[in-house]
Design a protein around this ligand. Structure first.
Ligand code: C5P
Length: 449
């Protein structure tokens, strides 16, 4: 989304508290964000917050004379690649449908020649009201895109459809609307077996078009990635050659299937994907704490190359040569094994996937590792330098499960990630159905005949 311009209009609903996070995600993904706050929106979030996060002034008033002499609102409405309304209140939707232009937000929406995406948020009765349904139909017929709303508990204490989509979902819908390159390149066809069991995940209600309708919608998946750095002193550390490429690709693929992803990453060279919650750590112990803090999760994919050892007494000061010609002796101790700990923890995700970088006897070592660590699957690969896998763009993996070892052909890391994410979706649907006492996960799906 580098350089893409988004004009974000923040309406007056309690869900406005989520928009600063959306601004952060958008700017993190490289978008240029300009914000507009309605009077109602200003009751929930301040112009200062939006200005600070977007790095540009937040617009609030239509009658800003300096701007009006320059036809500011027309320029503003057309200088963006996309207009996003989040939250889109019943009032704003009604104004849009009727073509009213009594304030800055509605004027911009009427004056624009750019696509518009709305993230409705309101009380369930208001959402279900025939007037809102009519307005929604009008807006859709006008080509307005929608994301959400979701079903769930509302601030007013009621339950139902009307909760604004989560910022990550809105970000993905914005990507879709802008045709950003990391769109779902090959949308997964939802087979019966992949549909979640009742109550297991957010199921799109008929009659509205969620931007993310994937087999992992409503699931939380934790991914660890990258190397860890273990300090020797303030300027030196022990590291490894992991780039974080495979972990980033796995997180992006899970996100593209609709999962909420927490991405715990060491200092990787490949940037984290957009639309995931990034927790940046340095050491193995920090990574363990971040993993624990991110629980509960439906699944965990531990792709990080965690350092096995750390220096016992790392120095607070830079170590210096003492003139004796003798190098310092570094005493090492073992780091926590995050995968082994998580696999046996009482908050263990239903599916725990480990990675194994091996230089020989890949299948035998990975099979033993699966049992030793207590995880469900091991994705094993041969990292001998001749394979070019470590730090490269391709991977050749063996998936070791309880059922045995599957050798996958060599393919780009992105494709390994997509295949793995699809398998995770199938496995979560299968185990959910099992937990519900159903033999056939397909039979559990709302749309199954
Ligand atoms: O034992 P080995 O390092 O080969 O195990 C690799 C797997 O275990 C990977 O999934 C890695 O993320 C995980 N691991 C871990 N904590 C460690 C070492 C490895 O989570 N301290």
């Amino acid at each position: 989304m580098q350089g893409r311009r988004v004009l974000l209009i923040v309406g007056g609903g309690i869900a406005a508290f989520k928009t600063p996070e959306l601004v952060r995600l958008l700017t993190g993904a490289g978008a240029e964000v300009t914000t507009v706050l309605t009077d109602g929106g200003a009751q929930f979030v301040t112009p200062l917050t939006l200005s600070a996060l977007s790095g540009t002034p937040c617009h609030t008033a239509l009658w800003d004379l300096t701007r009006e002499t320059e036809m500011g609102h027309i320029q503003l409405s057309r200088s963006a690649d996309l207009l996003v309304v989040a939250p889109a209140t019943a009032d704003l939707m009604a104004k849009m449908a009727a073509g009213l232009a009594g304030d800055l937000a509605s004027t911009l929406l009427l004056a624009t020649d750019k696509p518009v995406l709305i993230a409705p948020a309101m009380n369930v009765r208001m959402w279900d009201h025939p007037a809102t349904r009519r307005n929604l139909a009008t807006l859709r017929a006008d080509g307005v895109l929608t994301v959400g709303p979701d079903e769930g508990a509302m601030a007013c204490g009621e339950w139902g459809e009307g909760r604004m989509a989560e910022p990550e979902q809105i970000l993905q819908a914005i990507r879709d609307a802008l045709g950003a390159p990391s769109l779902v390149e090959r949308p997964l066809r939802l087979t019966k077996a992949m549909r979640p069991a009742p109550g297991a995940a957010v199921t799109p209600a008929p009659g509205h078009l969620p931007a993310i309708a994937g087999p992992l919608a409503g699931r939380h998946v934790l991914v660890t990635s990258g190397p860890t750095h273990e300090p020797i002193d303030p300027v030196r550390y022990i590291a490894n050659r992991s780039s974080g490429a495979q972990g980033s690709a796995v997180a992006a693929a899970l996100r593209d299937l609709g999962a909420r992803v927490t991405f715990v990453t060491g200092p990787a060279t490949v940037p984290p994907p957009a639309g995931v919650t990034v927790v940046a750590v340095e050491t193995a112990r920090e990574m363990r704490d971040a993993v624990e803090a991110a629980l509960p999760a439906d699944a965990a994919v531990m792709a990080a190359a965690v350092a096995d050892w750390r220096v016992v007494n790392s120095s607070d000061r830079k170590m210096k040569k003492d003139g004796s010609g003798r190098p310092p002796a570094l005493e090492m101790t073992e780091n926590p094994d995050i995968l082994a700990w998580l696999s046996r923890d009482e908050a263990r995700p239903r599916l725990v996937v480990g990675f194994a970088a091996e230089t020989d006897d890949v299948v035998a070592n990975a099979t033993a590792k699966r049992l030793r660590k207590g995880c469900d699957w091991i994705v094993a690969n041969d990292v001998r330098p001749a394979t070019g896998i470590m730090g490269g763009t391709e991977n050749a993996v063996v998936l070791v499960t309880e059922a045995g070892a599957e050798t996958w052909p060599r393919m780009p890391k992105d494709e390994v990630a997509r295949q793995l994410a699809s398998r995770i979706a199938v496995e979560l649907a299968r185990t959910q159905a099992g937990a519900n006492g159903l033999d056939d996960p397909g039979a559990a799906s709302p749309g199954a005949s």
